[in-house]
Design a protein around this ligand. Sequence first.
Ligand code: SF4
Ligand code: SF4
Length: 378
Amino acid sequence: MRLHVSDDELATCVSCGLCLPHCPTFRVTGEEALSPRGRIAAIRAVHLEDAPITSEFVSFMETCVQCRGCEPACPSGVPYGHLQDGVRQSLAAQHRITPRWQRVGYSFLPRHRMLLLGSSALAVAQRLHLVPKRAGLPRLPLRRGTAVQSTGGDVWMFTGCVMDAWLRDTHRSTTKVLDHLGITYRTPGSGGGCCGALHTHAGLTDPARALAASVMASMPGDAPIVVNSAGCGAALKEYGHLLGTPEAAAFSARVKDVHEFLAEHVDRLHPTKHLGRVIVQDPCHLRHVQKAHAGVRAVLAPVAELVELDDDGVCCGAGGAYSAMQPELAGQIRDRKLEAIARAGSGVVASANPGCAMHLAAAGLVVRHPIDLLAEAL
Ligand code: SF4
Ligand code: SF4
């Protein structure tokens, strides 16, 4: 069966295996089929040799965290993320992945009022001990305070769906830092509430494209678009590929991770407090996809003693909805990250992606967004 992948992109893999040590699922299982090379071989068999789509094939694909740690390790420049997105598009079209309940759940993400109401109900249910701990959810806020209010037009501040419903405090920290620098911001207009990252990862490409077009329309002009969720930022930076238009490519070029943006202004920050040891955890979509992880170090270095992990930036196992869909593997991958964090010694963990922060916090760690730390130090 022909999958939604490019023959040219599929041909770039030379099966050298240099990516294997960087793949979290290969590291915990040692199975070739759960490595990038093994998955690419399986994709080739289906796409080029008409092998059947078996339940094993579906499992090899579903167990991929989509962390893209294999991409920077690859000397041939295999665009693995594009291949995996395309395979998932084909599998979702056949209803082999992404069950109906998940599709219904994702359809609520762009409906922000409903998402806020649902999140409040979930927060109440948590207080009544009606949400099992294994759900891995953070303690959701009963009150989230007022939404970000626009102050001007220097930059757009993308506030997102879950990020705004669950972690609005981090938006407040972001505005505090921007206010400190005298940079004004506005929030997206109607239709700019959800980037579609989860939809893309689930193979729901058509809804993801519709959301991308809507988000682009919600932030016109040429002002930079500042994003404080690594996963959302990566998705916005890939609209050029997702939509394949010059307009989408131009939009993506305006997108900046908040740390990447602030790194250009770090000499104008005037901290009043030193935060001590901070262990930096790089979200995959900041390090491997956006390649913007240096920005976190640039903005935190003046206010903290930064501690690096020794695991070469391997994934923590969060992967958007991965920790909910593949809890066993996600837990094994996280265990390795916890060991690396333990080796780093004492200190608060800084993570710039809500999914990673929640996944690690569910294991008992104190995890904070770098911007929350920076705002505290100002
Ligand atoms: S995206 Fe991550 S989990 Fe998937 S094959 Fe690449 S390294 Fe492995
Ligand atoms: S994806 Fe890249 S690093 Fe991995 S086996 Fe193929 S060519 Fe080698």
